[in-house]
Design a binder for this molecule. Structure first.
Ligand code: KG4
Ligand code: ZN
Length: 337
């Protein structure tokens, strides 16, 4: 069946058509209209501007997604839309558009959790992947480890207690002059420097907790930068990026190591915008090799926010009969409440 997916939780408006069924997981179209150039002027996402830009984009890219896929609304078996978590005004645009489209055309509607959407990107990239597995979601707003028992049965076994890894990359990247969002540029810059040459504390929490904390290393890096600026010294940007990245990546790897040891899954799914990080991908590939676990990391094009992943997650909600009514609402919270 064809699922029409819609995503508007942050600064990307995306609409996709995905074909899902027995042995079929196919992306027919996945249109992403990014607002990054607009928000870059402000050094971060401005929620009000994001909502307005979603309104301007969503009708046009829905048409484009259907035309590119070569399907009409009468071919669509379900509309799946991100309903939580995210920026509330931004989410409301997608939810209301999806509701109107679904009910005007008598198509079932499904509300999708954005984080589960990121995990579902792995189904599209790895046709044989099935739960149970462990999922590591690393994005601008989340850093969490899940035990995924079934397609719609998630248990969070670790989460950040403060900042997400993406936020930690973006903040320090911005301070050293990289354009928003700085994650990808930090990744590149880190290849030009030498890890360990700037002394930073390890952000890995002590003990066997699977939680993360990145606010301490972010503050340590800020203090280092301020100290260098006060002394009028040049900041070794590449060495800082390399040292900072190494610390963040090793904390993520350390906790994932504990999770794999404890859960003994067959596969580890890596998801979220920071899943594009080359240093993290390489380190997790080594880790999974040591554990004999299959690493399922989507291609870079499916790591960031996109609607194909929402359609894939929506398909499994649809199969379980988790349909939304006309009262579907958006929520900023992970719980959707
Ligand atoms: O999943 P995503 O597109 O949006 C959220 O749901 O948060 O993630 C965006 C985050 C941003 O913080 C961005 O800087 C980061 O992913 N990111 C990266 C890389 N590419 C994107 N972080 C590190 N290395 C990258 N290559
Ligand atoms: Zn996301």
């Amino acid at each position: 069946m064809y699922i029409l997916g819609m995503e508007s939780s942050c600064d990307e408006t995306s609409v996709a058509v995905v074909e899902m069924g027995d042995g079929v997981r196919r992306i027919c179209s996945n249109i992403v209209a990014s607002q990054i150039d607009t928000h870059r002027l402000y050094g971060g996402v401005v929620p009000e501007i994001a909502s307005r830009a979603h309104i301007e984009a969503i009708s046009g890219i829905t048409r484009e997604a259907l035309d590119t896929a070569g399907v009409t609304l009468s071919d669509v078996g379900a509309v799946a839309v991100t309903s939580h978590p995210g920026l509330i005004g931004a989410l409301l645009v997608g939810v209301n558009f999806a509701k109107s489209l679904a009910f005007a055309n008598n198509i079932p509607l499904v509300g999708v959790n954005h984080i589960r959407g990121h995990v579902a990107a792995a189904y599209l990239a790895h046709p044989d992947l099935e739960p149970p597995f462990v999922a590591l979601v690393v994005s601008g707003g989340h850093t969490s480890i899940f035990r995924v028992r079934d397609y719609n049965d998630y248990c969070e076994i670790g989460a950040t207690r403060d900042d997400a890894a993406g936020e930690a990359f973006d903040k320090i990247g911005r301070v050293i002059g990289l354009p928003y969002p700085a994650g990808a540029a930090m990744d590149k810059l880190a290849h030009e420097g030498k890890a360990g040459t700037v002394t930073l504390p390890s952000p890995a929490l002590a003990g066997d907790t699977l939680d993360f904390s990145f606010s301490g290393i972010k503050t340590a890096a800020l203090n280092y930068i301020n100290g260098m600026n006060q002394r009028g010294e040049d900041i070794p940007r590449a060495d800082l990026a390399a040292s900072y990245t190494e610390r963040i990546v090793s904390a993520i790897v350390k906790k994932t190591d504990v999770a794999l040891e404890r859960e003994k899954p067959l596969a580890l799914v890596l998801a979220g915008g920071v899943a594009a990080n080359s240093h993290l991908r390489a380190a997790l590939s080594d880790l999974c090799g040591r554990h004999g676990v299959k690493l399922c990391a989507p291609p870079i094009s499916l790591c960031g926010d996109n609607a194909a992943m929402i359609a894939a997650a929506g398909y499994y909600e649809f199969l379980d009969g988790n349909l939304a009514s006309t009262s579907l609402n958006a929520s900023a919270l992970d719980s959707g409440e």
